[in-house]
Design a protein around this ligand. Structure first.
Ligand code: SF4
Ligand code: F3S
Length: 106
C-alpha cells in the first residue's frame, strides 16, 4: 500500500486525490491519509504530490514507520476526499519544514 507521510502536514496540496482511481484518500484538518485496505497500489498518486509526501510502504524509512499506523487509524475516522481543493495559503512555506508531526491535527 501507499502511505502519506510527514511532509503533507500543513501542505495538503490535494493533487493526489484527483488521480486515485479508487478514491481512497481521507482528509483531516491539515493532513491526508490513504486507506490501506482500499489502495490498489497503482502508484499514480506518488509523482503527483508537490511535497513528495507519498511513499510505498516498502520504501519507508524507520522514522516514517509511524505513518503506517497513522494512515490506517485516521482513514477510519476522517471523511473521504476525492476532489482537489485549494491548498492552505501558507502551504509553500511549510513544504520541506522538519518536525511537522507535532503539528498534526486530528
Ligand atoms: Fe490511490 Fe493508487 Fe495512490 Fe493507492 S497508489 S492511494 S490506489 S492513487
Ligand atoms: Fe498531501 Fe501531497 Fe496529497 S501534500 S494532500 S499527499 S498532494
Amino acid at each position: 500500500t501507499f502511505v502519506v507521510t510527514e511532509n503533507c502536514i500543513k501542505c495538503k496540496y490535494t493533487d493526489c486525490v484527483e488521480v486515485c482511481p479508487v478514491d481512497c484518500f481521507y482528509e483531516g484538518p491539515n493532513f491526508l491519509v490513504i486507506h490501506p485496505d482500499e489502495c490498489i497500489d497503482c502508484g499514480l498518486c506518488e509523482p503527483e504530490c508537490p511535497a513528495d509526501a507519498i511513499f510505498q510502504d516498502d520504501d519507508l524509512s524507520d522514522e516514517q514507520q509511524i505513518y503506517v499506523e497513522l494512515n490506517t487509524d485516521l482513514a477510519e475516522i476522517w471523511p473521504n476526499i476525492s476532489l482537489k481543493k485549494a491548498a492552505p495559503a501558507d502551504a509553500d512555506d511549510w513544504n520541506g519544514k522538519p518536525d511537522k508531526l507535532k503539528l498534526l491535527e486530528r
